[in-house]
Design a binder for this molecule. Structure first.
Ligand code: ADP
Ligand code: 5GP
Length: 207
């Protein structure tokens, strides 16, 4: 079976990445989201095993030392990591996977050349709008909002690393653009609209 595509997606905190990915998961068949491990405390409404696997710092370090993470990073004062096993299993099953990770994690994956990932960066339409969304989400203290805005300044200088840049101004337009990237990559890998491999018999000279 042909392997699934690995989409690596980064955005400054508050841009709308989680909102967009939730819409992509319902709008596009054959797509899964990689659930990361984190030492961050759950926000109101977040569920263990769905939004993240919420673990202690000690558990995180033990997993990291056991080589359980494909990549990991300390972001805004907490540790985050992508399970190597979960990603490899889904890709082998032909499923397209989205990793929602920060720029440091994306840089680590860029170095794994046999991974052939597709890198997308989502940016807010303006700094004013980013601040509005971060504060408006109402899940973080003003100190956390300030820290995340500061980090955004650096992250926004790194878009050159990414294959695609999508501005999240009107949400449905951003979802459309990302859906188009998924479809283009499926066509490139000789896969159908739903992500299934095109029959080799169709493409064979003896058919
Ligand atoms: P991230 O995952 O990038 O940190 P979220 O998906 O949590 O960001 O979105 C941050 C806030 O911005 C949420 O309150 C969300 O509803 C809002 N939001 C997301 N996209 C848009 C958009 N295009 N226009 C206006 N508000 C948005
Ligand atoms: P949040 O705390 O807002 O959910 O996420 C904060 C940041 O951590 C975001 O930039 C998000 O992309 C990043 N992040 C989430 N999971 C991972 C992961 O597994 N690895 C890395 N490197 N970053 C992650």
């Amino acid at each position: 079976m042909s392997k699934g595509n690995l989409f690596v997606i980064s955005a400054p905190s508050g841009t709308g990445k989680t909102t967009i990915l939730k819409k992509i998961l319902t709008a596009v068949p054959g797509v899964a989201f990689s659930v990361s491990h984190t030492t961050r405390a759950p926000r109101t409404g977040e569920q263990d095993g769905i939004d993240y696997f919420f673990i202690s710092r000690e558990e995180f370090i033990a997993m990291r030392d056991d080589n359980a993470f494909l990549e990991w990073a300390e972001v805004h004062g907490n540790m985050y990591g992508t399970s190597r096993r979960a990603v490899e299993d889904k890709l082998a099953a032909g499923i397209d996977i989205f990793l929602d990770i920060d720029v440091q994690g994306a840089k680590q994956l860029k170095k794994l050349t046999d991974l052939e990932a597709i890198f997308l960066f989502i940016a807010p339409p303006s700094w004013e709008e980013l601040e509005k969304r971060l504060s408006g989400r109402g899940t973080d203290s003003s100190e956390t909002v300030r820290l995340r805005l500061n980090n955004a300044r650096t992250e926004m200088t790194e878009t050159e690393l990414y294959d695609y840049l999508v501005i999240n101004d009107v949400i449905d337009e951003a979802v459309d653009m990302i859906r188009s990237v998924i479809m283009a990559e499926r066509c490139r890998k000789r896969r159908s609209l739903h992500g299934a491999p095109i029959s080799p018999a169709l493409l064979s000279p003896s058919a």
